[in-house]
Ligand binder design. Structure first.
Ligand SMILES: Cc1cc2nc3c(=O)[nH]c(=O)nc-3n(C[C@H](O)[C@H](O)[C@H](O)COP(=O)(O)O)c2cc1C
Length: 301
């Protein structure tokens, strides 16, 4: 989780027996190096790094991950190109990719994926169109070559146990960890999570196919309206030929990075983006990472 999955939360998860993943978001490369080192200073257990393929600084961030001898990289935000995957594999870094369908999952295996994540529409942040319950039935029975992790809408140990029984190697959670004591999210952001119902976490709309947007699930607020206004302005600019489609899409992505920081770190939960999954309605109390991990894994032992 951009801004939130930093060294405190990640090291706490890895220390508690999970696999923490540092979110590089739009961090400058030097900051990613600091975060990797700060995480290592707090845990000797394995953790991964999440890199966004759309990030213009991806080559420099990859270089940092390789120089720091990170063990696992999750590539998010679109289909990664082959040179990116190859660079990581040559450096002996395990590559974990998001698979939105069985057909694409098979292509990602051919491209060299060492593990896959299937993330359903219920999740917080950028989401695909298909629910977790359908994706796990579509993909898990047909992919035995690599570990497959399920994500989206998972909030308790019974769900984790059910998905593992269906063949998942494990589960990836975001929303539930936002309210963890070790998460640096602003108190306003955590309180918004504790108050929200599942129905409050809605996906954004796309208004015109001239500007395709990846839907984002967040609690509805003025920030949602700001995104809609920006999208409408950019559609007009793309139609008028004053802005390239790619530049407009990048501007929308920059909006999310800034809006998430505004809410999650600065505490402006009215105008910023409160990215949250539908499982937000099941998150009712702040707990330590250790207690959350204990509850999530209690049925696996
Ligand atoms: C606030 C927030 C920020 C997120 N940022 C990222 C990100 O930077 N990269 C990424 O791959 N996924 C990101 N996600 C998705 C999570 O990694 C995870 O897959 C998702 O939260 C799982 O679904 P859940 O929210 O229902 O637990 C984010 C999710 C949230 C709630």
């Amino acid at each position: 989780m951009a801004w939130l999955s930093e060294h405190n939360l990640v090291s706490a998860i890895s220390e508690a027996g999970g696999f923490g993943v540092l979110a590089s978001g739009n961090m400058p490369p030097a900051k990613l190096r600091q975060e990797i080192q700060a995480t290592r200073a707090r845990t000797a257990n394995p953790f991964g790094v999440n890199l966004i393929t759309l990030n213009p600084e991806l080559p420099e961030l990859l270089r940092v991950a390789i120089e720091e001898r990170v063990s696992h990289c999750v590539l998010a935000g679109g289909l990664p190109d082959q040179p990116t995957i190859d660079a990581l594999k040559q450096a002996n870094i395990k590559v974990i990719l998001f698979a939105p369908s069985l057909a694409l999952a098979k292509r990602l295996l051919k491209r060299g994926a060492d593990a896959l994540i299937i993330e359903g529409h219920e999740a917080g942040g950028h989401v695909g169109p298909v629910s977790t319950s359908v994706l796990v039935q579509e993909i898990l029975p047909h992919l035995e070559e690599v570990p497959v992790f399920a994500a989206g809408g998972i909030a308790n140990g019974k769900m984790v146990a059910a998905l593992v029984a269906m063949g998942a190697a494990g589960c990836q959670l975001g929303t539930r960890f936002v309210v963890a004591h070790e998460c640096i999210a602003h108190a306003n952001f955590k309180n918004a999570f504790l108050r929200a119902q599942s129905r409050d976490a809605q996906v954004t709309a796309q208004f015109d196919s001239v500007l395709p947007v990846i839907p984002v699930r967040a609690l509805v607020n003025k920030g949602t309206q700001n995104f809609n206004s920006l999208q409408l302005r950019l559609i007009q600019e793309v139609k008028a030929g004053t802005k390239e489609k790619k530049a407009a899409q990048l501007e929308l992505e920059h909006f999310w990075v800034g809006a998430l920081k505004r809410a999650a770190i600065d505490g402006d939960v009215e105008n910023g983006s409160v990215m949250a999954g539908q499982s937000v309605g099941l998150v009712n109390s702040a707990q330590s990472v250790g207690a959350i991990m204990e509850e999530l894994t209690s049925l696996l032992r």
